[in-house]
Write a protein that binds this ligand. Structure first.
Ligand code: HEM
Length: 412
């Protein structure tokens, strides 16, 4: 089928344009992705000098091939295009063997048992934030709910004291924020990165002096056997980098998934009712939301050597976008991919929403737990609802896509 469509490429007059910093992209890239997959499976953007892969069959193997698609320079364009390794590395910007050591250290605090042990706290925080909207005629599903609980949960896990949690959330917002067309962090963003890393650095020093029952204290205790001469434990700066990473990786993503769920289910009220009546389907609904509205639309890699794909030669040293959002909508991988269907057998192809291969999301089990509980409580809180679509707004962030405002009215 694809071969036939490829032939029709020549009939398209305007070349497809993928600008990840444009409002067109932020507004939902479904159509751009479809054209990329068909017309330019190896896409080159001259303005920013990057390449992009959009087909599931290309994106999934690239995520696994860390020798060619390296994370060492970073995972967003501004970092990767410098061609320099990050000065302070966090797990997400390490290649093996360093990544293997780091992953086994931090995995010690992300065991399935540790995550299952968070269930009560997670439920409690979700209920707390949702119930704050009780009795309101209208509330914002993102600003008054889904933006609040994930960062609160991550902060609690790490051991951030109550009084500091709002500040940590505000810094996290600032370091992820981008204006339309903005690739690099602005001064406000840089300040936020410095402030949050410094904050976690200080907190780690405090926990080293006086351990508590929290993740930072456990990360300080974690040890790994190494075959090189590096220390077997994490330094204060490594722990601080991990803490600040979790704010973005672990909070904004869940916030976007759940806020977006409001928009999607408002357009599929029948499936909301189905879920209301059969909570056993919530797990599948979360997977389908992840597929169709992947909060992390892409990660960028640095090409370590020249490759040839679909007749295009990509030179070494170029940034290359791996488009999760497109791969998860590829008709070669999924039947009727643009249709949202909680009864879809999601095992047709690997769902790339949590990445793939060695960097695949460390917090996936926690994300699934939070999202399932959030949907369950939302079903009780708003069994029938409508979204004020005219007043929904999108975020203009790097890597993370989705809504910023989703005004919701609960119906009787
Ligand atoms: C819906 C929610 C989430 C989505 C869609 C998501 C997505 C992703 C993706 C795509 C990656 C791979 C990045 C890459 O290959 O460069 C990743 C990695 C990661 N995620 Fe998540 N994530 C979510 C929630 C979380 C949560 C709740 C946490 C922890 C609190 C978390 C922590 C991490 C960490 C630490 C990594 C780096 C793993 C590594 O480099 O080995 N994520 N995530």
């Amino acid at each position: 089928m694809r071969g036939w469509q490829e032939e029709s490429v020549t009939q398209t007059t305007t070349a497809v344009e993928f600008d990840p910093f444009s409002m067109e992209f932020y507004n939902g890239a479904q159509d751009i992705y479809a054209r990329l997959r068909e017309e330019a499976p190896v896409y080159y953007n001259e303005q920013y000098d990057f390449y992009a892969l959009s087909r599931h069959a290309d994106v999934a193997p690239a995520y696994r091939d860390y020798e060619t698609f390296s994370s060492a320079k970073g995972v967003d364009l501004s970092a990767v295009r410098t061609g320099e390794d990050a000065q302070f590395k966090s797990i997400i910007t390490l290649d093996p063997p360093e990544h293997r050591y780091m992953r086994s250290l931090v995995s010690k605090v992300f065991t399935p048992r540790a995550i299952a042990g968070l269930r009560d706290m997670v439920s409690d925080r979700i209920e707390f934030f949702l119930n704050q909207n009780k009795g309101k005629e209208q509330f914002d599903l993102i600003q008054d709910f889904s933006a609040l609980f994930p960062i609160d949960i991550v902060s609690r896990m790490l051991g951030v004291p109550e009084g500091d949690r709002t500040q940590v959330r505000l810094w996290t917002d600032e370091l992820l924020y981008r204006d339309v067309g903005q690739v690099e962090l602005d001064e406000r963003g840089i300040k936020a990165v410095v402030a949050i890393t410094r904050y976690y650095h200080e907190l780690t020093k405090k926990r080293r002096a006086e351990p508590q029952d929290d993740m930072i204290s456990k990360l300080i205790e974690a040890r790994v056997e190494r075959t090189d001469d590096q220390p077997p434990s994490l330094s204060n700066i490594e722990i601080a980098m991990f803490g600040s990473l979790l704010g973005g990786a672990g909070a904004e993503t869940v916030a976007k998934l759940i806020g977006g769920a409001g928009v999607i289910f408002s357009e599929h009220q029948d499936q909301w009712q189905e879920l209301y009546n059969d909570r056993g389907k919530i797990g599948d609904a979360v997977e389908e939301l992840l597929r169709i509205s992947s909060p992390n639309q892409y990660n960028v890699r640095y090409l370590t050597k020249e490759i040839e794909l679909h007749g295009v030669t990509i030179p070494a040293g170029k940034p290359i976008f791996l488009l999760i959002g497109s791969a998860n909508l590829d008709p070669e991988a999924w039947t009727d991919p643009d249709t949202f269907d909680i009864n879809r057998n999601g095992r047709e192809a690997p769902n790339l929403a949590f990445g793939y291969g060695l960097h695949s999301c460390l917090g996936a089990a926690l994300a699934r737990l939070e999202s399932s509980i959030a949907l369950d409580r939302m079903l009780d809180f708003m069994p029938r609802f409508e979204v004020d679509h005219a007043n929904c707004t999108r975020v203009t962030m790097q890597n993370v896509a989705g809504w910023n405002n989703v005004p919701v009215r609960v119906l009787a």
